[in-house]
Design a protein around this ligand. Sequence first.
Ligand SMILES: [Zn+2]
Ligand SMILES: [Zn+2]
Length: 347
Amino acid sequence: MSELKDFKCPNCGGRLEFDAKTQKLKCPYCDGTFDAEIFDEDSHCTVSTGSWEDEDIIVYTCRSCGGSIMADKDTAASSCPYCGNPVVMTSNVSGIYKPKKVIPFKLDKKQAKEKYREFLKGKPLLPDQFKSEATIDELKGIYVPYWLFGGKANARMWFDATRVRHWNEGDTLCTETSYYKLFRSGSVRFADVPVDASSKIDDVLTESIEPFDLSDGKEYTDNYLAGYFADKYDITAEESRQKATSRIANSTSALFASTTGAYDSCVPSSSSISINQASQDYVMYPVWLLNVRYNDKMYTFAMNGQTGKFVGELPTDKGKLIRIAASVFFGVTAAASIIQYLLMMVR
Ligand SMILES: [Zn+2]
Ligand SMILES: [Zn+2]
């Protein structure tokens, strides 16, 4: 049975949200703050069950306003579309879906908006839609589910390297090329190698805003999700394992290649890397996300909710480009006529 939970302020009954600035649960009505690590969920949260569900969609009733909250079966945290009441779908964050750790949001929506506006600066050809307040307000704080893998890589790598020396003998330029066969062998321990566990968010996007610092991670409680969005994993640890293996292999090769020293050229010729994955953990990491659909294409801006590192792609408005090109052309022709006029005056 799918269950929904919301967060009531013990002082005034208002809705509580996790506040990134103070790292506490905060009530926007009475300004009460509560420690998110120890806030007693059982005595202050109400739990209700889904009122209707099929394979993909579950409908809950908001305890605050009575409105219907429609959620995808993977949704783990959301808010009521009518009154904004933050809710957590407890069935998607308990049992096998309970994250071991969560990195709470460090940067709030205001800071995410500032970063986005900075990103738009100096881009005159940008369609207005990207700059509108309504679009910017769509920025969403999302906890992305990740698998973390740990283990050990044993590697043996061979490299072909050269050193080249030039000197002059009389009028003749002499060149000597020395060839080397290099060998490196060793083992590397890996911890917390992340793999995005949600199929709904592009892996390239999540990888480009890494790294996250897990030393700031907290024991998971639902309190951190209050006021944000989250999905449970829909890619299993087993399905993610291969991806972690290739990330570990690539990092190992890069690490070994960095130890070869000063040669004029050095290329890997062969390698054997065996990887033992020993541990796996399930965590949630904070990401600010904005999707803008323009000319049938989706443009995404994403920011690491812990460090502020961001990536984004923006289009160019072709209409604006033509208008700007036209005004430059007009400017040039106008200047040319004035010069011609001045020349006529001189004559
Ligand atoms: Zn309150
Ligand atoms: Zn509501």
